[in-house]
Design a protein. Structure first.
Length: 138
């Protein structure tokens, strides 16, 4: 009755013996490791692609191109003069910084020419008589 003893012994240690054999079985362990490594590599590649997409490319317009675009919109009437002047001042400052051009010097304020104020009350007409205004009662 050797077979009876074998089944009793195999039944008592069967699951524990099979678990240790499965853990050490390289035909199951290696594909699992390969799958985990493939998932890690795929995650790293996806992370790099997302970072690359977020970096602004050379397709972005620089200040001079933007200014030309706004000028054409102003000429078409899509922008008011006030909006265009504001954008031109902003982009002009960016262009000066990019080209290392010093800012424009302030224009010197010229004194306003002195104009005598008009007389509000010229007073009575002169003794020689009124000047001819070419306005005659009709």
């Amino acid at each position: 009755m050797v077979t009876g003893q074998w089944t009793a012994t195999a039944g008592a240690t069967g699951w524990a013996g099979q678990a240790s054999v499965l853990a050490l079985d390289l035909s199951i362990f290696l594909p699992g490791v390969y799958l985990a490594l493939a998932l890690l590599v795929a995650a790293a590649v996806l992370a790099l692609l997302q970072r690359w997409r977020r970096v602004p490319g050379k397709d972005a317009l620089d200040a001079s191109d933007q200014l030309a675009q706004f000028r054409s919109l102003y000429e078409e009437g899509a922008l008011s003069e006030e909006e265009y002047n504001r954008l031109r001042a902003l982009l002009g400052g960016q262009l000066r910084q990019a080209l290392d051009v010093p800012p424009r010097p302030a224009r010197p304020q010229l004194p306003a020419p002195e104009v005598p104020p008009p007389e509000l009350n010229p007073g009575p007409p002169s003794a020689s008589g009124p000047t001819d205004t070419r306005i005659h009662p009709g």
